[in-house]
Ligand binder design. Structure first.
Ligand SMILES: [Zn+2]
Length: 344
């Protein structure tokens, strides 16, 4: 089969690789009907050291189950399924607590252990716990929004949950990438009254406004902090949704939280330390977050997608076949595209 392989920074190729197949009796094999390129794929795209074997990329997909192992009970061939970016058994102590990304038997797609989904097919470990069967056809008009349930919409929602967004509260979203835009949707959905987006790309800002952002701050650093204070009677916001992961974005996020506020961080950190220790301490700001347990959120978010109450699929502004995936990475990296949907 054909699959996307990253060999190093800026070096993405479509290669012939061994077919996805059942290895463990709890596996399924899914033919990918939709996948996408993630903002987090851009970190290795910018930094990965050259490697001979490369890394099979992709951790977001919808597809049709082709085959299941002997121990798979609830998933069957022919099911249309969404695949969260992490696989999980659904039964361990952490899965039962809703933290599927810490599943003691789980792991992540697009890693050295498990191949990626920017491919014609993908092997799904722990299929019963991992996959979620969709009640739609494979070419349903809602497909882009359903695809965001595999990562970006669930991740934006996680930022909102950790940041304790609630009715009548003020919120700020740091970052205007696909996750940041979904975080705006999530903040509005959970009742935030004022939603400030921190970003500087006009097309993304326009979409953020349609999704419910009430204010825009395009400055950076100390100026951005100042602007947010001006917009919030000098206090800062109750809830900060950090969707970038750099030192500067984290420092800004912590600095714009009001006393007693919370930062929900979902941007993959690019530094070992969290900046902003002093403002966090002196303002009693809670800083939390991490890998979003998107599997836990599908059940909650799916009805709103099916009813058209939220439309996160609008973050996709480009569609690519497998052959165009390398150019899709380039386009996202150069901020020509917000998020690329892949139709293998
Ligand atoms: Zn588990």
């Amino acid at each position: 089969m054909r699959a996307t392989v990253m060999f190093g920074a800026g070096d993405v190729r479509i290669e012939s690789v061994p077919d996805a197949s059942i290895i463990e009796p709890t596996d399924a094999v899914v033919t990918v009907t939709r996948a996408c390129i993630c903002g987090s794929d851009l970190w290795p795209y910018q930094k990965m050291e050259q490697s001979e074997n490369g890394r099979l990329m992709g951790h977001e997909a919808i597809g049709i189950v082709e085959a299941v192992g002997a121990d798979v009970r609830t998933i069957k061939a022919g099911d249309l399924v969404v695949m969260p970016f992490a696989f999980s058994d659904g039964t361990c102590v952490f899965c039962r607590a809703g933290l599927h990304t810490s599943c003691i038997h789980g792991g992540f797609f697009g890693t050295p252990e498990v191949a990626g989904a920017q491919a014609e097919a993908v092997r799904i470990p722990l299929a019963d716990g991992t996959l979620f069967v969709l009640p739609t056809g494979k070419d349903d008009a809602l497909m882009p929004s359903l695809l965001t349930l595999s990562d970006v919409m669930g991740t934006g929602h996680h930022a909102a949950v950790i940041a304790r967004v609630g009715p009548g509260k003020t919120a700020a979203v740091v970052g205007d990438g696909a996750v940041g835009l979904c975080a705006v949707i999530a903040a509005r959905r959970l009742g935030a009254e004022q939603i400030i987006i921190l970003g500087r790309h006009p097309d993304r800002i326009a979409l953020a406004r349609e999704f419910g952002a009430t204010d825009v701050v395009s400055e950076r650093g100390a100026e951005a902090v100042e602007r947010v204070r001006e917009l919030t009677a000098g206090f800062g916001v109750h809830s900060v949704l950090e969707c970038v992961g750099t030192e500067q974005s984290m420092h800004t996020a912590i600095s714009i939280a009001r006393p007693g506020g919370a930062v929900g961080r979902v941007g993959v950190p690019q530094e070992q330390t969290i900046p902003g220790s002093e403002p966090a301490f002196y303002n009693n700001v809670m800083v939390g977050g991490g890998h979003a347990p998107v599997r836990a959120y599908i059940e909650e978010l799916l009805p709103d997608v099916l009813e058209g109450k939220i439309n996160p699929g609008r973050v996709f502004d480009r569609t690519a076949g497998l052959d165009q995936v390398p150019d899709g990475y380039r386009a996202m990296n150069q901020r020509e595209a917000i998020k690329v949907m892949v139709k293998p």
